[in-house]
Design a protein around this ligand. Structure first.
Ligand code: FAD
Length: 391
């Protein structure tokens, strides 16, 4: 049986940046289990959906991002036995760990919305959240000249859900500049009463929706998709008919092995049950979790991982020496474009108070330079610093 000091499940933003940071901190045996051959910088998916980036801008081979000194097992974790301190992979390997960090992100819950998968397969639907379909989004949106179009924000848990507004608002700006916005019926389906739940951000967004003439359908979600009739059936019975194109984001849950191992908050969505401040499992001291799959009581984001990786790496060292654990303040970020080239960062703490990374910069004011930073600056910070453990 293979053995490692720290076994990390998942090779996304969380897994790779944590592995790199631990190796920098002097941890010797770090293993990442991750099945996919490609690593994606997901925030750029929304820019692909707005014609501002290509898939090549956001994809790198895993071999280029796994840090030197880290063992990468190209396989998926299928089961965890926290009492025995072992993991079983789909390929039949058994791995033993001293410390387990669970960060496999979220998986699409296609069954939650009957008809949605068929609509994607049919090509009528596509979204920035389903990478295989993302290259279709901008050609479809930019070709629209009239008719009805629908967008959704996914219900929680979701991966930085409110950023699903980016393709909507960048498309509205583009339609306005093309002189066709008035000929389109644009509808937005929101799971809650407002888009973010942060009053300052929602005030700006409500003005923006009104300015573009976006019809907002609140506290509802897609219950069923009649994909051959191009209709969306919402909870409450309302039906959106003759939709020319729908940017509908699937619902999400954690991978099933978390709940099956008795490590989750509930059976579904089955996020890892951790102390949201120390990031340690409430059920097993040797198990920790960060990222989208962890129940942290925040809207998850890649930006939040900057702080989570720092706290977790300190806590793994502190726990080994029996010292006091550090605490994660719940910082997160939801960058949203309000027009073609203006963006508000929406950086908040766990209570929803402004928590700007640049002191005194109001994170709820849309700015051109924050758009440029989000599109061009942050990807460089991601590849060169975050994935190299320099957080
Ligand atoms: C369209 C989109 C736009 C976004 N925009 C922003 C933004 O503007 N700003 C921002 O801060 N954040 C943004 N995010 C959120 C950010 O990308 C995520 O919060 C971040 O990637 C989470 O990292 P993670 O490692 O937890 O999960 P992921 O990055 O999803 O990585 C999880 C990895 O685990 C692997 N895995 C899954 N199951 C298993 C298994 N059983 N065994 C082993 N490995 C497994 C997966 O293959 C995957 O590689 C966006 C996300 C999306 C989808």
């Amino acid at each position: 049986m293979d053995r490692s000091d720290v076994l990390i499940v998942g090779g996304g933003n969380a897994g790779i940046s944590l592995a790199a940071r631990l190796l920098r901190d002097g941890v010797r045996e770090v293993t990442v289990v991750a099945p996919q051959p490609v690593h994606r910088y997901k925030p750029l998916l929304n820019y692909v959906g707005a014609g501002e980036a290509t898939m090549a801008d956001l994809e790198r081979p895993m071999t280029a991002v796994v840090p030197a000194g880290c063992t990468w097992i190209r396989d998926a974790v299928e089961a965890v036995d926290p009492d025995a301190g072992t993991v079983r992979t789909r390929g039949g390997r058994n791995l033993q760990y001293s410390t387990l960090v669970i960060c496999p992100g979220l998986v699409e819950d296609w069954e939650a919305t009957p008809g949605l998968l068929q609509a994607y397969a049919d090509g009528w639907m596509a979204s920035t959240y389903v990478p295989g379909s993302t290259p279709q989004v901008w050609p479809r949106l930019s070709a629209l000249r009239s008719g009805s179009v629908a967008f959704t924000v996914p219900p929680e848990p979701a991966s930085c859900g409110p950023t699903a507004l980016k393709p909507l608002l960048m498309a509205c700006d583009s339609w306005r500049r093309a002189g066709v916005l008035g000929s389109l019926r644009v509808r937005l389906v929101l799971p809650e009463a407002t888009a973010t739940g942060i009053p300052e951000a929602d005030a700006v967004l409500e003005r923006t929706f009104a300015d573009y003439g976006v019809e907002v359908l609140r506290e509802t979600r897609i219950e069923r998709v009649d994909w051959d009739a191009h209709a969306l059936v919402l909870t409450g019975g309302r039906v959106l008919e003759d939709v020319a194109f729908a940017h509908a984001v699937p619902h999400y849950r954690a991978p099933g092995f978390v709940a099956e191992a008795g490590l989750s908050t509930d059976a579904s969505p089955g996020l890892v049950d951790v102390d949201p401040e120390t990031l340690r499992s409430r059920r097993h001291d040797s198990v920790w979790a960060i990222g989208d799959a962890a129940a942290l009581g925040i809207r998850s984001s890649g930006g939040a991982l900057r702080k989570q990786v720092d706290v977790l790496s300190k806590n793994l060292a502190a726990a080994a020496k029996g010292k006091e654990l550090s605490r994660y303040d719940g910082y997160t970020v939801m960058p949203i474009t309000v027009s073609h080239r203006k963006l508000m960062l929406n950086e908040v703490d766990r209570e929803g108070n402004a928590s700007p990374s640049i002191p005194f910069l109001d994170p709820f004011v849309p700015r051109r330079f924050t758009w440029l930073f989000d599109r061009y600056g942050l990807p460089q910070v991601y590849w060169r610093r975050l994935l190299r453990g320099k957080v």
